[in-house]
Design a protein around this ligand. Structure first.
Ligand SMILES: Nc1ncnc2c1ncn2[C@@H]1O[C@H](COP(=O)(O)OP(=O)(O)OP(=O)(O)O)[C@@H](O)[C@H]1O
Ligand SMILES: NCC(=O)N[C@@H]1O[C@H](COP(=O)([O-])[O-])[C@@H](O)[C@H]1O
Ligand SMILES: [Mg+2]
Length: 395
């Protein structure tokens, strides 16, 4: 990759949620041209991009049509559910796919990246197995033992995921996994339940012409398999951090390319256990919108464009807490924002998703504090002040 690339570049973003929106803002600040793509109109990133396209990203024909129309320099996936075979084709035609087309193919489903990490690279993961029918799931659950965690191989943000305490619950978990599975696969993964002390995301920045660098680990708390709060620094030992960095480097080297990766680990009393990774900014990494001199979106952009990252500064104890919808709404207004912002060192992002349904992530509160506990309390309190209400459509 040319280390003095001319700007602007034409970037096609596949997936236009909250993570894409902040990425588009970072890209736009350096004058780049962004085409935001998603399955529905007026998605968050579309609101700040130069152009928008609504397509099925699982359709090879739809992808072909828009790539042909815009001829982007870069294709930047923002979600997993993409017809990744098509990305291999685009890459072969000279378009740069981030981090690489093969990497998006590896990480689209949980099974391929798990095989790469565990079988090929010998990295410690939770014990696991797969099933494609209820009978197979019952058998493999018995083998892994209880409690275990059952997830569709293709899903994210905890969709279709359950913790199963005993055999009698397996059928319910199977039905839930199939209902929550994205795309056209009906395969599920069963994992040993890891009783971790803390789980972390290690944001890992892989560069074209410079060494891999890391952000300070981010601690997080999840419910229903979905992120609720995150904080940085995570407060884990230097030795555990070094172990996580070594594993993250190994996996991201095997995937290749450039960009930021959110590498997830379970930290037990004496082990660092690899869980999964996103070859793109991570939801728990939204804390970097307040906690670092360069946030994860700016880092992703710089890594993609081969721009230098001379220094990543952690700005002190910081936290994020999500603002979730509690009901179905077709047009949304927010109340309580003024109260949320009345506290020092608190900020709010509202993503502008056009509709809401229970547990949909609609915004995030960000805070700095004199210690992690205070930062978490400030972020959680601010998030709780913001409420959704039905609004007549603005336009
Ligand atoms: N084997 C496990 N043992 C204990 N907890 C687990 C296990 N697998 C998942 N979890 C819990 O569920 C959360 C979500 O799991 P995972 O990251 O695999 O799902 P996901 O749907 O890919 O989420 P995301 O897209 O938000 O990263 C984890 O962060 C963790 O809190
Ligand atoms: N854990 C992955 C993650 O956080 N992805 C983020 O959520 C959006 C989808 O939101 P939606 O389901 O509310 O449309 C994605 O587009 C991405 O920004
Ligand atoms: Mg995860």
């Amino acid at each position: 990759m040319n280390s003095d690339m001319k700007l602007p570049q034409k970037l096609m973003l596949l997936g236009s949620g909250e993570l894409g929106k902040e990425f588009v803002i970072a890209a736009g600040r350096l004058g780049n041209y962004v085409i935001a793509v998603d399955r529905y109109d007026n998605a968050p990133a579309m609101q700040v991009a130069d152009c928008a396209e609504v397509i099925s990203m699982l359709s090879a024909d739809d992808l072909e049509r828009i790539v042909d129309k815009y001829q982007p320099d870069f294709i930047i996936p923002e979600i997993e559910a993409i017809r990744t075979e098509k990305l291999l084709e685009f890459e072969a035609r000279g378009i740069t796919v981030i981090p690489t087309a093969a990497a998006t193919n590896y990480t689209m489903n949980r099974d391929r990246i798990r095989e790469l990490a565990h079988q090929e690279l010998g990295i410690r993961t939770a014990k696991y197995g797969y099933a494609s029918t209820l009978e197979e799931l019952i058998a493999i659950s018995d083998e892994i033992g209880f409690p275990n965690v059952i997830k569709p191989v293709m899903s994210s943000s905890g969709k279709g995921q359950s913790v199963v305490k005993e055999k009698a619950e397996v059928e319910k978990a199977w039905n839930y996994a199939i209902a929550g599975s994205r795309g056209d696969t009906h395969k599920v993964i069963v994992e040993e339940f890891i009783n971790f002390e803390i789980e972390i995301t290690l944001l890992t920045i892989k560069q074209w012409n410079a060494p891999t660098i890391f952000c300070s680990p981010i601690g997080h708390r999840q419910e229903r398999g979905d992120y609720q709060e995150s904080w940085q620094p995570a407060g884990i030992s230097e030795q555990m951090t070094a172990q996580a960095q070594e594993i993250a480097k190994k996996v991201t080297d095997a995937l290749g390319g450039a960009g930021i990766f959110g590498v997830e680990f379970f930290i037990t009393k004496d082990e660092v256990i690899f869980s999964e990774l996103s070859p793109r900014p991570h939801d728990t990494g939204m804390v970097t919108l307040i906690s670092q001199n360069l946030n994860e979106f700016e880092l992703h952009l710089r890594a993609i464009l081969g721009l230098p990252i001379p220094h990543i500064e952690q700005l002190g104890p910081s936290a994020s807490a999500v603002i979730l919808a509690s009901e179905k709404l077709d047009a949304i207004a927010y109340i309580g924002v003024a109260e949320a912002l009345s506290e020092k060192d608190v900020d709010i992002r509202l993503f502008g998703k056009p509709t809401a349904h229970p547990y949909r992530r609609m915004g995030v509160a960000l805070a700095k504090g004199s210690n992690i506990q205070q930062a978490r309390e400030k972020a959680t309190t601010a998030a709780s002040k913001v409420k959704l209400t039905e609004e007549s459509k603005l336009c």
